[in-house]
Design a protein. Structure first.
Length: 281
């Protein structure tokens, strides 16, 4: 039988409810060191892989997602029963489950210590949906880390978290670092730094053809996708300006075979990361 901490919360205007709801704003997250995680998929993953302060759940959600509640109990997390109105007041996207998690961002030193072979760098990416989708793609491709540079979106924005579909909690995500700092550090750790840009001198398909020891043709002037690699992806609107492209060892374009003008950020990132994952594996 599921057990809960305290009586059922039924007042959607209670101060406690307002405090949880306020975590959707960046200022409250910075002030408290906590953030809001909404919905069964994200809550399931944050309970399993990250530091959680407490959970709020409706009776129906507790029955439907009993595995999440069991995991929370196994980890000794406080689980509060709340009415549908209370959980909806905390988050309209909760689907009956809300977690309050503790901010614990990874550091660049943590990433370097893990000897990474595939890293995604987001340079001034400001759309939470795009940032979340790239984190999800990086996780799926087996990347070792994601880095968001200065001026990028807050990864603990609820929209970003939803877009990651739980992947935010699966791999290190480093934030608030200058692009030149991270590219210098990763290069010093043995990774090639490749910028994804339509102006690139190298075609991604051509690089795949010559990647690794079994690659065919001359690759003397081309980066090897089978080698440890950090990909740099630019802002949704203006991409990577010239001074940022200069920080890369090579600039690579994703070939466009049809009539589309370009690919959106998340799609291009997924293509590039999977190209490296294929070559490395």
């Amino acid at each position: 039988m599921t057990s809960f901490v305290g009586p059922e919360l039924t007042n959607p205007r209670a101060e406690r409810v307002k405090a949880v709801r306020a975590l959707s704003g960046r200022s409250m997250r910075q002030r408290t060191g906590r953030y809001l995680v909404e919905g069964p998929q994200a809550v399931r993953e944050v309970v399993r892989f990250a530091s959680v302060h407490e959970l709020y759940v409706t009776a129906a959600a507790a029955d439907r997602y009993s595995d999440v509640i069991s995991d929370a109990h196994e980890r000794g997390l406080p689980v509060h029963l709340a009415s549908d109105e209370v959980v909806a007041a905390m988050s309209p996207d909760a689907q009956g489950l809300v977690a309050v998690a503790n901010v614990s961002s990874a550091t660049l030193d943590d990433v370097l210590a893990s000897r990474p072979t595939l890293v995604a760098i987001l340079a001034s990416v400001r759309d939470p949906g795009n940032a979340g989708a790239v984190i999800r793609a990086a996780d799926a491709a087996g990347a070792d880390a994601v880095v968001l540079t200065l001026e990028s979106v807050d990864v603990h924005n609820p929209k970003t978290i939803r877009a990651t579909a739980g992947s935010l909690f699966h791999l290190p995500v480093v934030t608030g670092i200058a692009l030149d700092t991270v590219t210098d550090a990763l290069r010093a750790a043995g990774l090639a730094v490749l910028a994804a840009d339509g102006s690139g001198a190298h075609d991604l398909d051509d690089l795949l053809d010559v990647a690794g020891p079994a690659g065919a043709g001359d690759r003397s002037a081309a980066p090897d996708l089978a080698a440890p690699t950090a990909w740099v992806f630019g802002n949704e609107a203006w991409g990577l300006p010239a001074h940022e492209l200069e920080l890369a060892d090579a600039v690579v374009r994703v070939p466009i075979r049809g009539q589309a003008e370009s690919l959106n950020l998340a799609t291009a990132a997924a293509v590039c990361l999977y190209a490296s994952a294929r070559a490395q594996r």
